[in-house]
Design a protein around this ligand. Structure first.
Ligand code: FE2
Length: 430
């Protein structure tokens, strides 16, 4: 606990469990305000310019940002932190990554997947992440990766919301058994149906897979999150199939198109037509700029495409866009620490979102927009009566937080202090 914190032992019952004093409270769509925020019985009990009363733990957070937690909209926890095992990705391509992973996943055990996942989730929680959507590869017959992540979901449920997507890495129709494995994954309790239509054997298989995904989601009442058009091929056109399915079924709010990197390669005439359909569909988008900028453009000479979807244009149209880390030290991406401020920073760079409002928007994409993608918005946000999931950053505002990758000093989950990190205090020695 830092020097400005105090823990009281009053004779009467304290008003609050935790009281944050004079922090800069962020709002998604209006200026921040200086407030006290009181937490009691797991909920945000009061927010006001000044609160009377006592607290078990009172923290002076003057000059710091009070934010809802960071949201990881898209990660692969089953492969996280396996870098170099069984081998390094020498070409740096998505497809060599899939080859390496297909060897690595033969050696998975439920316990090992669960342990790595929980370790990665703790690493992210220390950096202010309390809501995570992870994909679990369900292309191998034992469903070990899925079972490992479901075990992790159970292990962290008291302090972290983890959603698990049944993700057929090798395609739903590439092997006869894979289609059945998707159904089995639903029965085991996956939160969402995934897919990879651009990696199916034929375009027709890809279209059929999208319909299959929507059918499964409807039958089992699950969310949808599809790896859609994660390729530089400007003819990868499965986003329009997802949009059509969502328009016809009226379930866009429960549907997410992840990656959609081909969207950045489409000709503008087609892209403009598609944007209109997407407005009708009202589906969510997840971009993974760290990984997309690394994996895409690998077959280009020069100029090299950036391979990141049209984040700025989607955001300008008012569509919900959130950001994911995607990979942490695995066959597809050898770097990363799970810091969502790194992700926001890369989006700012690659998507040309350096304007002040655009930088704020990129912060919102790793907070409120992520909550909307995960369909947890009702329980998310800094409002009285909501669950007390709150972080305090050693930063003056959103821009400062991203620019300096500010330390998340306090992480409060469900009304209890989960983690504390002291900001670095460098000393000039001459
Ligand atoms: Fe992914």
């Amino acid at each position: 606990m830092n020097q400005s914190a105090s823990t009281s032992t009053p004779t009467s019952t304290p008003t609050y469990d935790i009281l944050l004093r004079q922090g800069s409270l962020l709002h998604p769509d209006r200026p921040s305000e200086i407030v006290d925020l009181g937490i009691r019985d797991g909920q945000i009990a009061a927010i006001a310019p000044h609160l009377d009363g006592t607290a078990i733990t009172e923290l002076d957070v003057t000059g710091q940002v009070i934010s809802p937690p960071l949201v990881e909209s898209h990660i692969h926890l089953d492969s996280a932190r396996t870098i170099g095992n069984p081998r390094w990705n020498q070409s740096g391509t998505l497809f060599e990554g899939i080859d390496i992973w297909s060897d690595r996943k033969k050696t998975l055990t439920v316990e090992e997947v669960c342990d790595r996942a929980v370790g990665t989730l703790k690493q992210q929680a220390l950096q202010g992440v309390l809501f995570v959507r992870s994909h679990a590869d369900v292309s191998e017959p034992t469903l070990t990766a899925l079972q490992g992540l479901l075990a992790a979901r159970e292990q962290v449920k008291d302090w972290m919301t983890l959603q698990v997507v049944a993700f057929p890495q090798d395609g739903i129709y590439s092997q006869p058994k894979n289609n059945d494995l998707m159904e089995e994954a639903m029965k085991l309790g996956a939160d969402a149906v995934g897919g990879i239509p651009h990696y199916e054997l034929t375009r027709e298989d890809g279209v059929q897979s999208v319909h299959r995904i929507f059918d499964l989601a409807e039958r089992y009442d699950r969310l949808i999150d599809v790896h859609c058009d994660e390729i530089d091929d400007d003819q990868a056109r499965f986003l329009e199939v997802m949009a059509a399915c969502a328009i016809r079924r009226g379930n866009g709010a429960k549907v997410t198109a992840s990656h959609t990197t081909a969207f950045s390669s489409y000709n503008n005439a087609y892209a403009m037509k598609l944007l209109g359909f997407l407005q009708r569909a009202q589906i969510n988008f997840v971009s993974n700029p760290l990984i997309n900028i690394t994996l895409q453009g690998r077959t280009d000479t020069y100029p090299k495409r950036r391979g990141v979807t049209r984040v700025k244009e989607l955001w300008q149209l008012g569509l919900n866009v959130s950001l994911g880390h995607d990979c942490i030290q695995d066959p597809w991406y050898s770097l990363g620490t799970g810091n969502m401020l790194d992700v926001a920073s890369m989006a700012i760079h690659v998507c040309h979102m350096t304007g002040q409002a655009e930088i704020d928007a990129c912060y919102n994409m790793v907070t409120w927009h992520g909550a909307k993608t995960l369909n947890v918005a009702d329980d998310y946000g800094l409002e009285v009566g909501k669950p007390a999931n709150v972080i305090v950053l050693a930063a003056s505002d959103r821009y400062d937080a991203i620019c300096r990758r500010a330390t998340v000093q306090y992480v409060i989950s469900r009304g209890q202090m989960l983690a504390q990190t002291r900001p670095p205090e460098p000393q000039w020695c001459r």
